[in-house]
Design a protein around this ligand. Structure first.
Ligand SMILES: *Cc1c(COP(=O)(O)O)cnc(C)c1O
Length: 458
């Protein structure tokens, strides 16, 4: 075991060293190499060291270098050193975070993180937290708590009786709602198409005046950090308008919620303390390893009731049963890396991570503007949308940037326009990474535009 784990660590170190200079997306040779995995399962056991060597030889070159500093696709963070190291130790622990008896350390760290995160986000102290796989599952879990609470008020036990014959719940979403929230609604039997969609403005923020009058049980789904523009719904204004209505407010803040940790950006989240439930990711902006999402529910009773199960062997005589905060039963101890990330950063380090990545995003936006390209969004946090002209030109620039390999950016459509999307979410991105990525992107954009000539320009 000793030698094997040292070998694994050495390979991990070599990998992380090499990806800083390697192309960000794997080249054709590396992808072809993956064919080496496609073999029938052999009869006899193989030495673990041989297995690891094969994985490294075929697998490492075919990874996307999102652990490096020049991956700007989707909203993907890296792994902070402390979080990665804690992850390695926790893998050796192999804890089941199901119950306090199956992992006292996981249960303890969940409670510590609950308190720290509640304070960072400025949430009511009674809020409860569940450590789930992703923001998709955090949306699912928060909305399950909403479904429970709203139907309980109607005298309907949804966990026991299901939705057949239940009083209807109105679901309000903004027009730029994230698809994962609609998926969560579909999995909960609330339906992704029966939602009331409310107009959003040019940045994707819900327009509070367009929210219809609330009658009967309603869940209002807001967003903190639009996946394209980074824009925030005006949480406080909406909460104020809903005051006294029988509405549950859910906030999807998959990455944007972390802006609350920065004193200079906290104002974007004014009113977040009025939410009944919140969803966020730790694997995006907090930079912990996959997979790690967080659901926060103000009233723990609703969360626990929605996540309850009835096996006698699960009964524990304690105040907080970890499995009553999440859909899963057995699961890994995700709080370990969340704790390690927060403990290593401290309040100031987390604020600095948020501000630094936002500054990088602003530098991208300014450089693209200076070069004559159109930036489509107000760069309020770490997201930048840039158009290089006609849709086919923008698409060609994105393709060429991805092939070039210096950095990686994805494409999107924003309110009818084709755009390249840059998301600066990794702790590992340096000024030099931004400089190299800008140099490559601007060179490619100029080249594509000059080859397109007058025909496609503008
Ligand atoms: C990324 C994202 C999600 C989904 O998060 P996963 O962790 O990929 O499930 C949901 N909402 C928003 C706003 C996001 O940016």
């Amino acid at each position: 075991m000793d030698e094997l784990l040292r070998d694994a660590t050495n390979r991990a170190i070599r990998y992380l060293d090499s990806i800083r200079e390697r192309r960000v997306s794997p080249g054709p040779g590396a992808l072809e190499g993956l064919g080496g995995f496609a073999r029938p399962l052999q009869d006899q056991p193989l030495a673990p060291a041989t297995v690891l060597a094969e994985l490294d030889a075929l697998g490492s070159p075919a990874t996307v270098a999102s652990a490096g500093g020049r991956f700007f696709g989707f909203v993907i963070g890296g792994s902070l050193p402390a979080a990665l190291a804690a992850n390695i130790l926790a893998s050796a622990w192999d804890q089941n975070a199901l119950l306090e008896v199956t992992s006292p350390v996981a249960a303890a760290l969940e409670k510590v993180c609950r308190n720290w995160i509640g304070e960072l986000f400025g949430l009511p102290p009674e809020s409860e937290i569940g450590f789930v796989t992703s923001a998709t599952m955090a949306n699912f879990t928060g909305l399950a708590a909403a479904r429970h609470a709203l139907l309980l008020e109607q005298g309907w036990d949804v966990e026991a009786r299901g939705l057949f014959g239940a009083p209807p719940i109105t679901v309000v979403v903004g027009d730029e709602v994230h698809v994962s929230l609609l998926k969560a609604l579909s999995m909960l039997g609330l339906g992704r198409d029966r939602v009331v969609r409310v107009d959003a403005d040019a940045q994707g923020r819900i327009i509070p005046e367009r929210i219809p009058a609330i009658h009967g049980p309603t869940v209002v789904c807001l967003q903190a950090g639009n996946v394209n523009t980074g824009a925030f719904d005006p949480l406080e204004e909406v909460a104020w308008r809903l005051h006294g209505a029988p509405a549950w407010v859910h906030v999807d803040g998959a990455f944007g919620l972390w802006a609350a940790a920065s004193p200079s950006r906290r104002h974007l989240l004014r009113g977040v303390d009025r939410a009944d439930s919140l969803a966020t990711d730790a694997h995006k902006w907090l930079n912990v390893p996959y997979d790690s999402g967080l659901v926060i529910v103000r009233n723990a009773r609703h969360l626990n009731a929605a996540m309850s199960s009835t096996a006698a062997y699960l009964a524990e005589d304690e105040t907080r049963a970890p499995h009553l905060c999440v859909p899963e039963m057995s699961r890994r101890a995700r709080a370990v890396e969340v704790w390690a990330a927060l403990r290593s950063l401290g309040r100031a380090g987390l604020a600095e991570l948020i501000d630094r990545t936002c500054d990088h995003a602003r530098r991208f936006a300014e450089a693209f503007r200076r070069a004559g390209h159109e930036v489509l969004n107000e760069v309020v946090i770490n997201q930048v949308l840039v158009s290089f002209g006609a849709p086919e030109i923008t698409r060609r620039v994105i393709d060429r940037i991805q092939q070039d390999g210096t950095c990686w950016c994805g494409g999107t459509r924003w309110q009818g326009k084709t755009a390249m999307r840059i998301s600066v979410s990794s702790w590992a991105t340096t000024d030099a990474d931004v400089g190299r990525s800008l140099e490559a992107s601007l060179r490619i954009a100029a080249d594509v535009q000059s080859h397109a000539g007058g025909r496609l320009a503008g």
